[in-house]
Write a new protein. Structure first.
Length: 279
């Protein structure tokens, strides 16, 4: 099992309000708990989008698994860890069950079944890749670094807290943009609008790379952005990670920062209210 945490962008505005974007990798079986934290903006890898062959290789060679093999007892927290022989047996059975399910999914794919169905069967052994952005972290750390939290979630939260603590945020002026996956050279080369589009497209893919592992082009990123915001209905979660510094007030789930999504939706509301039909 692998848990990975990387700070992608870290910014602070003139009012001292900080926004941080992280790229995470963790067991999918704790993802539903991660989703309960509503102050977070999130984009996650999808079982519907990743090719079956890639998913099979990941589960076969690097399956997600518990970090603590606790004994059964009443309540939500496990008891003492199993004795060595039983712990080893549980690990073998966990890995074997994942590989057995790989055989089932491989057979389904050969029958022509779409990955949005067959990939679901692999989810207990999958890792998930997530981009998360927030200005509010303390409550999350208080809850998930606590000994009562599930051990895998504790490990994830502790790594997130450490990486944020050792990161130095970039100071941005009012109306400057927090742009995940955009480096200094791209900030100079791209217009602000292009940089927002590229950042959103990369957040949508949860990395610089597409699902085939290749670096995307500017044209591909712009096309991806347009397909997100112009869809009916639009797919807006990837445009929540780009944020303008506006100190002192709360904008949806961010404080001191207005997400690109918030600005787009506010502009749309004003457009409706300013139209002749509503005047």
């Amino acid at each position: 099992m692998t848990i990975e945490v990387k700070v992608i962008a870290d910014s602070i505005n003139s009012g001292g309000e900080r926004i941080t974007t992280m790229q995470l990798k963790y067991p999918r079986f704790i993802h539903s708990e991660f989703m309960t934290h509503r102050v977070f903006s999130r984009s996650a890898s999808s079982s519907r989008a990743i090719p079956v062959s890639k998913m099979l290789r990941a589960v076969w060679h690097e399956p997600a698994a518990p970090v603590y093999w606790g004994s059964n007892k009443p309540g939500m927290q496990a008891g003492a860890e199993l004795r060595p022989f039983r712990r080893l047996a549980a690990k073998v059975l966990w890995k074997a069950s994942g590989r057995a399910m790989c055989g089932v999914v491989w057979a389904m794919s050969k029958m022509g079944l779409h990955k949005q169905v067959s990939n679901r069967l692999l989810e207990p052994w999958q890792h998930i890749h997530v981009v998360v952005t927030s200005t509010e972290w303390q409550n999350f750390f208080d809850l998930r670094c606590h000994p009562d939290a599930q051990p895998e979630f504790q490990e994830l939260a502790k790594q997130m807290r450490l990486m944020r603590n050792i990161s130095t945020p970039r100071k941005l002026e009012d109306h400057d943009w927090h742009l995940p996956y955009i480096d200094c050279l791209e900030r100079e080369r791209l217009s602000t609008h292009e940089a927002i589009q590229v950042s959103a497209a990369r957040c949508c893919r949860v990395s610089y790379l597409n699902h085939e592992g290749r670096t995307s082009t500017l044209e591909q990123d712009v096309a991806r952005y347009e397909s997100l915001v112009n869809a009916v209905p639009p797919h807006m979660s990837p445009v929540e990670h780009q944020a303008m510094a506006l100190p002192g007030l709360a904008y949806a789930n961010f404080r001191g920062w207005a997400s690109h999504r918030w600005l787009l939706e506010e502009a749309a509301i004003h457009k409706v209210w300013d139209s002749p039909q509503t005047s």
